[in-house]
Design a binder for this molecule. Sequence first.
Ligand SMILES: O=c1[nH]c(=O)c2ncn([C@@H]3O[C@H](COP(=O)(O)OP(=O)(O)OP(=O)(O)O)[C@@H](O)[C@H]3O)c2[nH]1
Ligand SMILES: [Mg+2]
Length: 197
Amino acid sequence: MSQVIIATRNEGKAAEFKTLFEPRGMQVVSLSDLEGLPDVEETGHSFEENAILKAETISKLTGKPVIADDSGLSVDSLGGDPGIYSARYAGEQKDDAANIQKVLEGMKEVEKDQRTARFRCALAIAAPGKETRTVEGSVEGYITEEPAGTNGFGYDPIFLVKDKGTTMAQLTQDEKNKISHRAMAMKKLEKLITEYF
Ligand SMILES: O=c1[nH]c(=O)c2ncn([C@@H]3O[C@H](COP(=O)(O)OP(=O)(O)OP(=O)(O)O)[C@@H](O)[C@H]3O)c2[nH]1
Ligand SMILES: [Mg+2]
């Protein structure tokens, strides 16, 4: 079985990549499975720039093809925040519950029809001697007034999926993997992937 390295330490993402890649006959290895690799500083100004930074750094260090994901939630009434700062919105400890509370707090006065938001995901694939490529995916929704559901990770409990009428956290992993920003980006990446492995 061929291996694919995903340059992430986020267990939620790693689990989703496993269910996305395993049916394709590929084994997913994340940074938590590999020794001695650094945390790549996310100094880019977009999801795309950060995904490229993570993929290229880890590909150079391992000498292997690497996929990286930079993703987040963009809320219209918060001017696009938390955006590229989604993981650390409420502080460096990357606490999902605190991040959710900060979003809900900032949107207390926002009416239902104004609570539009989207999840965005940029994926980058980098390999030694090959040009790095990127793809993006997104999914539209609304921010609820309180959390619902226990599946997924991050902001999933407060993201009402426009086409489903439930939160992302009320979907099963399989259902999320059919419609998510990450799944949409993966579909585009699939067309390029054979050039890298
Ligand atoms: O409810 C959610 N469902 C999702 O499907 C999702 N995808 C991303 N996010 C949020 O955006 C941050 C990514 O930030 P991010 O790309 O820098 O990743 P990260 O720092 O967690 O791990 P790494 O991959 O960088 O190691 C995450 O932590 C989450 O808060 C999501 N929230
Ligand atoms: Mg990160």
